[in-house]
Design a protein around this ligand. Sequence first.
Ligand code: PMP
Length: 295
Amino acid sequence: MPRFVYLNGQYVDHSNAFIHAEDRGFLFGDAVYEVIACIHGHLADEVGHLDRLKRSLNELKMEMPVERETLRFLMRELLRKNKQKNAAIYIQISRGSAKRDFKFPDVDTPQTLLMISSDFDYDGNVGVVKGIRVKTVPDIRWKRRDIKTVLLLPQSMAKQSAVDDGLDDVFMLDKDGFITEASASNAWIVNKEGTLITRPVTHDILKGITRTAIEKLCRDENIKIEERAFKPEEAYEAIEAFTTSATALVTPVVEINGHKIADGKRGKITQKIYEEYRAYVDGLRGKQVSWESGL
Ligand code: PMP
């Protein structure tokens, strides 16, 4: 079956989707991106992801290359062409290609808009049941982690170092030893009182769209959340720990730096939040719209 990628106005075969050699995303990391989960045909938190995309562009003084409604249509068309109901949609927008120069090119330089939809088996994801093992590493990223840019080398290196140690992921630490986030997800712990603790949103972390949805679900379910930074030592004593992201959803963290969290299994609160989030995405809480039912 041919697999299509959307690139600059066309749906092209995956093996023929090429970016220009002087694309600023490639040369300078001058590009932003989003990842949206399509689960059982529902686009999870599409509004939040598109709002964040606009914000990231804005912070870098870039425009949306197409109208928002056009982008929504193009995404749906890509899913339809690829016959996908369970996929991760990757959207990348760069400042376009221009002669290599640090200053920005003319504002009328056409931007690059790329969308890739990859199959993703949300129901078969063993990580959300078994959990992941992480280690801590220094957070060596730049100081605007709230912008979702493609400057991902620090996270890539951190993740590889976890894999080299036979682990699944990392928790990154700021200069004072507090956990910022995981390589591509927000970090949470649950204390003995059953209160969730997660780092407040500043320029130090990415404001996860899944995190925001879960905050709302927790308010509805009367689960308390404390927004504050925490250290690994506090996490070792937690009764549960988990991460949240668009594709890994709500993933238990069962070990940190060799310390087992509680009994090393997915905890009840983590499971409940996962199930509530899945129900929310499936529209069972009346808040999601199926992409198949139109815009
Ligand atoms: N933090 C980082 C560094 C990430 O890359 C991601 C994934 N995009 C997240 C948090 C989680 O964000 P979201 O829930 O919007 O996927």
